[in-house]
Ligand binder design. Structure first.
Ligand code: CMC
Length: 392
């Protein structure tokens, strides 16, 4: 390949150095700043994890309180930004709204778009983390025709989001601690995942010097695809379509058939060639929330049976295909009460922390330069222009 290495899909190219997240795909290990994901999900909370990803260490108690204060003071959005929603159709996909509205933040928060000012970068990161739940809940409220709810900063990050999404002004909203806990875990599990497609998109956009709101909007667009964040929506739709365990073999056969484009959604991963550690925690969160809410969900039973059958099938064994985080997250989000169209939006709320941490790391790197991949040109060689009337 001459002067360049040809690496479509970047399967063997490291595009940056990073101190944020470590993955060992063969062993199924995921660490945020050195801390195992299962410990963080079990013992931490989302804002503490956000602080960790952004700053490199777990916060002291005063740092934790200050960070919580800094985030919560940014939870409201500019009233004029709220007007944007009315321009969308009511049946717009909330991810389409998120792409537009987050990018539009650059038009409102001019004092945090100077990427060369470290203080402005910090304020931008706080604004993005704080406002994502507000913007996401508004997208949902708009779709169902209910009034927007202002944030309540006395609540936890997850609790505030749940209230803005499911509460109504007419009556107090009582947060179920079981649901709140599941929500926090869901957010922690998806907060960062090193150089995945959307994070690489954010870094590439940022490498040109674009402002952080534009970069995060680019990340949201990339996350939307079904091979990435959109897999959670696709996975639940698939489980619903399968419906009952007796139909599983039919779908397994389709996934194995080379002539059928169908894939088991929520299965397989570019890096994990072992069980995705997030899926392990997520399946437990799914079981817990259903048990604690006293519900049974046939979809969860289908998921467990499908996993069992696939993990014992030579096709999936040989290709090292295991459930990924998206396989069970849909069961959890559905148990909480979210429609499938909101699933990837929840992923975006969580991943925004990783995006902004990675963007900040890149901006602080003195060696940072614009991302500019090369190509192998396979088009025509040089030829002379032929005027229109002389062409055949
Ligand atoms: N069902 C059936 N076969 C599969 C699947 C699947 N879900 N995933 C991969 N394969 C097969 C694929 O056909 C290929 O077979 P062969 O070598 O015979 O051509 C082999 O396994 C390798 O697949 P690949 O597409 O070359 O691998 P990749 O690293 O490019 O893709 C992936 C990784 C996640 C895009 C892919 O596994 C997939 O499409 N999975 C379903 C979508 C999904 O769950 N995505 C969420 C990923 S995790 C969360 C996130 O990133 O947001």
């Amino acid at each position: 390949t001459g002067r360049f290495t040809y690496d479509p899909g970047f399967t063997s190219t490291a595009a940056c150095e990073s101190k944020i997240t470590y993955i060992d795909g063969d062993q199924g290990i995921l660490l945020y700043r050195g801390y195992p994901i299962d410990q963080l999900a079990e013992k931490s909370n989302f804002l503490e994890v956000a602080y960790l990803l952004l700053n490199g260490d777990l916060p002291s108690k005063p740092d934790h309180d200050e960070f919580t204060h800094l985030i919560t003071r940014h939870t409201m959005i500019h009233e004029q930004l709220a007007q944007f929603y009315r321009g969308f159709r009511r049946d717009a996909h909330p991810m389409a709204i998120m792409c537009g509205i987050v990018g539009a933040m650059a038009a409102f928060y001019h004092d945090s778009t100077d990427i060369h000012d470290p203080q402005q970068r910090v304020i931008a990161s706080h604004r993005i983390i704080a406002k994502m739940p507000t913007l996401a809940a508004m997208a949902y409220k708009y779709s169902i025709g209910q009034p927007f709810l202002y944030p309540d900063n006395s609540l936890s990050f997850a609790g505030n989001f749940l209230r803005m999404t499911f509460g109504v002004p007419a009556e107090p909203y009582v947060i179920d601690p079981v649901v709140e806990d599941a929500m926090e875990k869901l957010l922690i599990l998806q907060a960062d995942h090193e150089q995945n497609a959307s994070t690489s998109t954010v870094r590439l956009a940022g490498s040109s010097g674009a402002n952080p709101f534009a970069c995060i909007s680019a990340g949201i667009a990339c996350l939307w695809g079904p091979a990435h964040g959109g897999a959670n929506e696709a996975a639940l739709n698939m489980l619903r379509e399968i419906g009952t365990p007796d139909r599983i073999p039919e779908f397994i056969a389709r996934a194995k058939n080379k002539d059928d484009p169908f894939r088991l959604m929520g299965f397989g991963h570019r890096v994990y060639k072992n069980y995705d550690p997030r899926a392990k925690v997520m399946s437990k969160v799914a079981k817990d929330i259903l048990d604690k809410l006293g519900r049974s969900d046939p979809i969860f039973d289908v998921a467990r049976e499908l996993e069992h059958i696939a993990l014992n099938d030579p096709y999936f064994i040989d290709k090292k295909l295991y459930p990924n985080v998206d396989f069970y997250s849909g069961v959890v989000m559905s148990a909480i009460g979210f429609p499938t169209s909101m699933f990837t939006v929840l992923f975006a709320i969580s991943r925004a922390v990783g995006w902004i941490a990675q963007w900040t790391e890149m901006m602080e790197d003195p060696e940072q330069k614009i991302g500019r991949p090369r190509q192998l040109y396979t088009g025509p060689t040089q030829r002379d222009f032929v005027p229109l009337n002389a062409r055949g």
